[in-house]
Design a protein around this ligand. Sequence first.
Ligand code: SF4
Length: 372
Amino acid sequence: MQASIEKRVADGERLTSDESRFLFTEADPFWLGKLAHRVRLARSGRRTYFVRNRHITPTNICVHRCAFCSFSADSVDERAFFFSLDEILSTVTADATNGIDEFHIVGGMPPPQIADYGYFRGLLAALHAQFPRVHLAAFTAVEIDWFAQLTGWSYRKVLADLKDAGLGSLTGGGAEIFDWEVRRRLCPKKVRAEGWLAVHREAHALGIPTNATMLYGHLERPEHKVSHLLALYDLQAETGGFRAFIPLAYHPQGNRLGRQLGRSFRTTALQDLRHLAASRIILHNFPHVKAYWVEFGLKLAQVMLSWGADDIEGTVGEEHIYHDAGAGSPQGVAVDELAYLIEQAGFVPVLRDGAYNELLLPGAVTAGGKKD
Ligand code: SF4
């Protein structure tokens, strides 16, 4: 099995379901890491990407209330928050003038009496007008589906309208696990797999790059992960519009599913490394795989750079979704610290923008990892 997988990856061929399943079940972890690293080296060499970004979370009020989500709230909850456009702009202005290359905007979907489509479009338009140089990585496919419900428009019309307002790329959230038997227990109100994939297909057709994710470590079995990743592989083979894949581990603290499962512990480091490496191998047609340090912590994220990841997210500034589920990582990290962490792992730190264009940071880090 190992030889056939290695040959298929070297030849740029799609893995079979059995081969993909083997990666999640029987494959020796060190062989897995080594092969994932080979795929990473073939894609990016020793370059490791990061971005000076600021996460913006307009609200945690959400009509979907997914069972695994520790972040969302009903509008009457004490912990519910909703920021006006003015509040968001005044909060991010100081950061943006200090050097930000990307705003990353995702959050809850409040009922229309709290925020209609115009609010979200207005947020992009206002940020784009005030910070035209900053890339706007905004919204998941679930949010695009919600906007289509609010407006009665097609996915294409919503995406084209948001692109006019300044949308640079679509984030990869909301994919969770595509299989309906699992999905209906995780997030029955959310757009199904076909809709999630259709949103990304439309975005790619409009020249909007997107990311993709998979949430693991809850109710899913290996075959669910395999069908999820192969569906992403197939869409990428069709459109070539995905930039990065981001594996996400389920955190059981503070949510309904965790209470149902009676479990408070998370996935282990070795499980996280296996999921990262298996994803990198199956999705060998994706340019990048990200070690999301906010979720895994900086130390494990650093190790992940040798297990298939060639991107370590960014400076972040403020994060709600994983911190509400008990993540112990810091809220933000300095550019110098990220570059140091990458160099110490034996890689070359490369500052990027939201579309993976390589940038130079004057006076700080060059593409060679040296101070100017
Ligand atoms: Fe809403 Fe997203 Fe949380 Fe689901 S996961 S409740 S869609 S914020």
